[in-house]
Design a protein around this ligand. Structure first.
Ligand SMILES: Cc1ncc(COP(=O)(O)O)c(C=O)c1O
Length: 422
């Protein structure tokens, strides 16, 4: 018996500015207006077919939203990615004096512990659909880790390109899967420029260059999950980190798609951006009332979001302002404090990108941009175990004692450190 082909609601690639349409193919920008191209769907055909029930019947992974993702057949990567916890963060809420606070925790994502497992699941599936045998990426670390893991599982050749000075946990994390790791003497923007040339010259799928329209769609699943896990409701405020500018506009798009399909009520959700002080082109533009950002040279401990010339920065600014949101930046010490606060109150260890997002959320709450009595979701996108060096020197070394109850009593219970074993 012949199998029915899996139905897809994908229509075309469409220029974000002129609406010029292209077939589904590896492509980054429109040939006519040079704006990014985006996947367009047939939402009319989805009505009545893509429902809460159809989604709830899907797997406990990001692929439960397959109908809203740009793949043709069955997923070929990331079968266990996504469906990360949405934590009701009551202890943190009490500490911040807010009524209803959630943490969307992608530090628990599989297999590489960051939100990048979402975009990579879609990109690698698409690379296989297109028939590529080699994949790559320009990365600040987490993307390379995720591409290397997913590509190893899929049996693809892999080249990951990164700045030369990344954290050890990220370097080991990506290297263990056996990709060709290319360290570039420069920052992410230099890496990205080289990757555009590589994508042009070699017939490889560079996931965030020539597969970018498909890759970015994977980030919507972070937003879909927030809405579904909240009981088919949108938070009033969502705070997201901004690096290249993928996740923020795509969570916004996810909310809009769910509203359009009648899966959630339209509460006019407000989207806010978070950046490190040492790399804050988007926050600066918003604070100065500019629609166009000025590129920067990054200098921050938040290396994973140190992108001074964000590819989709223009759309980040637009989406934040159109939603009625705002943006903030956090200094390195504020980032560290926020990492500790999240760990102490909720038992979640995030990397500096997450520290940045929480520190900025706190600033937005304190400045009244986020009212204390409205629901808030803070999006944690990466895991602290990959960036241990930023927390070095933050804690005193624990005393060493003999395995004797007397020493435990004196040193640990009574706090007499002088009695500790040298
Ligand atoms: C942990 C983490 N959070 C957030 C981001 C934000 O990325 P983007 O704005 O490109 O979606 C990145 C990007 O590398 C990241 O690694």
């Amino acid at each position: 018996m012949e199998m029915e082909p899996a139905m897809s609601y994908v229509k075309s690639l469409k220029s974000r500015e002129s609406g010029q349409e292209y077939p589904i193919e590896p492509r980054t920008v429109c040939d006519i207006d040079f704006s990014p191209v985006e996947v367009a769907y047939d939402y009319k055909a989805m009505q009545g077919n893509v429902t809460r029930q159809s989604i709830e019947a899907g797997p406990l992974s990001l692929w439960r939203y397959k109908d809203l993702l740009p793949i043709e057949g069955e997923p070929k990567a990331g079968l266990h990615s996504g469906w990360t916890p949405l934590v009701k963060a009551d202890k943190l809420a009490a500490e911040l004096g807010v009524k209803e606070l959630y943490i969307k925790d992608d530090s628990a994502n599989y297999p590489s512990f960051s939100y990048k497992d979402r975009v990579v699941s879609v990109a690698i599936t698409k690379a296989i659909e297109f028939g590529f045998d080699t994949v790559g990426c320009a990365s600040t670390g987490n993307l390379a880790h995720s591409v290397a893991a997913h590509a190893a599982a899929a049996g693809l050749h892999t080249f990951v390109m990164v700045p030369h000075d990344l954290e050890a946990g990220k370097m080991v994390g990506m290297s263990v899967f056996g990709p060709k790791v290319v360290r570039i003497a420069g920052n992410y923007d230099d890496v990205n420029r080289l990757c555009s040339q590589i994508a042009d010259k070699y017939n490889w799928a560079i996931v965030n260059v020539n597969l970018r329209p498909f890759y970015t769609e994977g980030a919507k699943t972070h937003g879909f999950e927030i809405a579904e896990q909240l009981g088919w409701k949108l938070p009033q405020h969502t705070v997201l980190p901004v690096a290249g500018g993928t996740i923020l506009p795509k969570v916004n798009k996810a909310y809009k798609e769910f509203i359009r399909l009648g899966l959630v009520d339209d509460n006019s959700p407000v989207i806010h951006g978070a950046q490190a002080q040492g790399c804050n082109p988007i926050t600066t533009a918003i604070e100065e009332g500019e629609e166009i950002f000025r590129p920067q040279k990054p200098k921050t401990i938040a290396k994973s979001i140190a992108i001074g010339n964000p590819a989709d920065g223009y759309y980040v600014i637009k989406d934040i302002l159109n939603s009625g949101g705002w943006a903030a930046s956090a200094t390195d010490p504020e980032i560290i404090d926020a990492i500790k606060l999240l760990a102490r109150t909720q038992g979640i260890f995030t990397e500096p990108a997450g520290g940045t997002t929480l520190a900025c959320a706190i600033k937005l709450i304190q400045s009244g941009k986020i009212p204390k009595d409205e629901s808030i979701c803070v999006c944690i996108t990466g895991n602290g175990l990959k960036t241990l060096e930023v927390m070095e020197n933050q804690f005193q070394a624990a005393p060493v004692i003999k395995a004797k109850i007397k020493e435990f009593d004196e040193v640990i219970v009574q706090g007499n450190n002088a009695a500790a074993t040298a």
